[in-house]
Design a protein around this ligand. Structure first.
Ligand code: ADP
Ligand code: MG
Length: 640
């Protein structure tokens, strides 16, 4: 028999195929199984067309068997098989896809879910095989044929015997090399693993004889009437056929066929979580882009969630075959906590099916998912508040970061989903709830930044606002104020920090007069204090906002003191400084002491100014510049 030669270009192409298209050798099994599934689909459609083959879906299967001694892995199907001509054209011509042609011919007739399209997958077998034999008998033919090749050198086609219609692919697995352990592709556990990973949702059963163990019969017998010492039971090995794939993907089922338990079990199994998810989102979309998506919001924050190690992404399937385990483009960063999968037939995959060719459809899916996730979260917020509170504890930080990220690109998407602790409600509230409670004359949405709710409750700067009965949002995460600055407004209301120089509260005429007069009267005192403190502060002022506390710091400029803290705590060399104003409460006894010192002993002013400034720093949660000097100054005061 004469060996037929691949054309020169084909040789190079084959070499390329085998060595550079795929990053993972293991996908050869996915490709061979996908072909088997396609071949069965074709025969199944044929049987539907002819109406007389007597074959139903349940009669079809794919079978794997391993012959370790001969290093052979065989994949058999009872699909449509190939004629001699088809063998020649489909396996002899690289990049020729019989499946694509079939799809094109049958496009309009039925919903066809054939996987093949590039005509290269078959050759991936050579990544792991030194020799490939294809024995096939086409539907409606008498003669079977054998195609054989050991790679780039060419192939032969000869007549052979085969009882039934279908195809056997016999791979002789390569010997191990120093870098590659090809042996593993003969191992039962590895094969099983590859099937569940890539081909779990192939809709025909993938069967394999698997090794099982049981107690030897003879041992059971002897146990009954034994007078001897009971001995260890002996085990024997036997083989039984198992179906390795689960076939029907849960996400393709109807929602009303599925229970919460089905969804939860699938989640825990597939995404390795121990607890049920907080929310399941199952959506089937038909239209320009058709897809099924099954998404989950975890009930707990993954250990590594807020670290660089965490990888966002959804599993991506095309016609039930896994293409990518974590496709990051399907999820915006702000929803990176969502787990789950998307299955679509409409994706244009690249030749290795490891990536997407261009991402128009992917973008369309991602943007619909984004809206869907938001609306589901909003529903949770409105209908299941306690659940949402819990969710927000887990992932609220990510939402707030999402507002700030990328110059606010997702701010609009997220603004209704964020919550802050409310000074008056004593619980987490949304911005829209805040606005709905605003007093008539209240111009701003007020917030205060600090370490904790407890500390913020005692913050001097908030006294006036509380006095007026205004609600204050407590910002306890570093990101909060940055996020809000990006938002700038919510429902036309601007945000205002309780520590900002101007609180935007209209004083009465008398109050204004009084303040002005006092400021004038004490001008020199304040100048002296400012002089003592140098450029640590921009000025000393009488406070409007303080009621019972003696002093506080407020920010004069745009940059708040909290922002200074956050930015300076970052591991960069760039340090910034907010403009700080030292505010003094005129109705506090300390003010009398200051005035007295000014009149009697101006040197004391320097000491007092330092002390008050340091106190304000401490209240603000900032370190004092010189703790020893501060402590000594207090001692001096106590003994004098
Ligand atoms: P693709 O699946 O993208 O078409 P492949 O290289 O995987 O490309 O396969 C090439 C062609 O060989 C298929 O289109 C199909 O016509 C044929 N083929 C491969 N495996 C089988 C099989 N098990 N049964 C019948 N035909 C097959
Ligand atoms: Mg294929």
């Amino acid at each position: 028999m004469a060996k037929k030669q691949f054309k020169a270009e084909s040789k190079r192409l084959l070499d390329l195929m085998i060595n550079s298209i795929y990053t993972h050798k293991e996908i050869f099994l996915r490709e061979i199984i996908s072909n088997a599934s396609d071949a069965i689909d074709k025969l199944y459609y044929q049987s539907l067309k002819e109406n007389n083959t007597g074959l139903g879906r349940e009669d079809f299967y794919i079978k794997l068997s391993v012959d370790k001694d001969n290093r052979q892995l065989t994949i058999s199907d009872n699909g449509i098989g190939m004629t001699k001509e088809e063998l020649e054209s489909n396996l002899g011509t690289i990049a020729k896809s019989g499946s694509l042609a079939f799809k094109n011919e049958n496009e309009s007739k039925e919903e066809i879910d054939i996987i093949g399209q590039f005509g290269v997958g078959f050759y991936s077998a050579f990544m792991v095989s030194s020799n490939v034999v294809v024995i096939t008998k086409a539907y409606g033919e008498e003669q079977a044929y054998k195609w054989e090749s050991n790679g780039a050198e060419g192939y032969t086609i000869t007549e052979c015997e085969k009882d039934s219609v279908g195809t056997d692919i016999i791979l002789t697995i390569k010997e191990n090399t120093e870098d590659e352990k090809y042996d593993e592709f003969l191992q039962e556990y590895r094969i099983k693993g590859l099937i569940t990973r890539y081909s779990d949702y192939i809709r025909y059963p993938i069967k394999m004889m698997v090794e099982k163990h049981r107690v030897k019969e003879s041992d059971k017998e002897s146990e009954k009437d034994s007078t001897e010492e009971p001995k260890q039971p002996e085990y024997e090995t036997y083989y039984e056929e198992d179906t390795l794939n689960s076939m029907v993907p849960i996400w393709r089922k109807n929602k009303n066929e599925l229970t919460d338990e089905d969804y939860n079990n699938f989640y825990k199994e597939k995404f390795y979580d121990f607890v049920d998810p907080a929310k399941v989102i199952h959506t089937n979309v038909e239209g320009v882009t058709t897809y099924n998506a099954l998404l989950y919001i975890p009930a707990k924050t993954p250990m590594n969630y807020y670290t660089k190690e965490y990888e966002k992404g959804l599993q991506l399937y095309s016609s039930g075959v896994l293409i990518m385990d974590k496709c990051p483009d399907l999820l915006p960063d702000c929803f990176s906590f969502v787990r789950g999968l998307v299955d679509s037939q409409d994706l244009s995959l690249n030749i290795s099916r490891e990536m997407l060719q261009h991402d128009r459809q992917l973008k369309a899916i991602a943007s619909r998912l984004e809206k869907k996730i938001k609306s589901e979260l909003l529903e949770m917020l409105n209908v299941k508040r306690e659940k949402y509170d819990e969710f927000f504890k887990n992932f609220g930080l990510q939402l707030k970061f999402g507002i700030y990220d990328k110059f606010g690109a997702k701010a609009d998407l997220l603004k209704d989903l964020i919550m802050f602790y409310s000074s008056s409600e004593k619980k987490m509230v949304t911005l829209s709830e805040y606005v709905s409670r605003m007093k008539e004359e209240q111009k701003y949405i007020y917030y205060a930044c600090g370490e904790s709710v407890d500390k913020l409750d005692k913050q001097p700067q908030t006294e006036l606002l509380k006095d007026k009965g205004y609600e204050i949002l407590y910002f306890t995460d570093d990101i909060d104020e940055f996020a809000i600055r990006i938002l700038n407004k919510f429902e036309e209301k601007e945000f205002k920090s309780a520590s900002s120089g101007d609180l935007g509260i209209e004083e009465s005429k008398e109050e204004k007069e009084e303040l002005k007069k006092q400021a004038e009267d004490n001008k020199e005192l304040f100048e002296l204090m400012k002089e003592a403190l140098g450029d640590k502060i921009s000025k000393v002022e009488l406070s409007q906002r303080l009621k019972s506390h003696p002093v506080c710091l407020t920010s004069g400029g745009d940059l708040s003191i909290e922002m200074e803290k956050v930015i300076n705590s970052m591991p960069t060399d760039e340090k910034i400084k907010a403009e700080k104003v030292l505010e003094i409460n005129a109705s506090h006894p300390i003010f009398e002491a200051l005035k007295k010192a000014f009149d009697e002993d101006k040197d004391k002013i320097k000491v007092y100014a330092e002390l008050l400034y340091n106190q304000a720093l401490l209240i603000e949660g900032m370190p004092v510049d010189d703790p020893v000097a501060f402590s000594n100054a207090i001692c001096d005061l106590m003994v004098s």
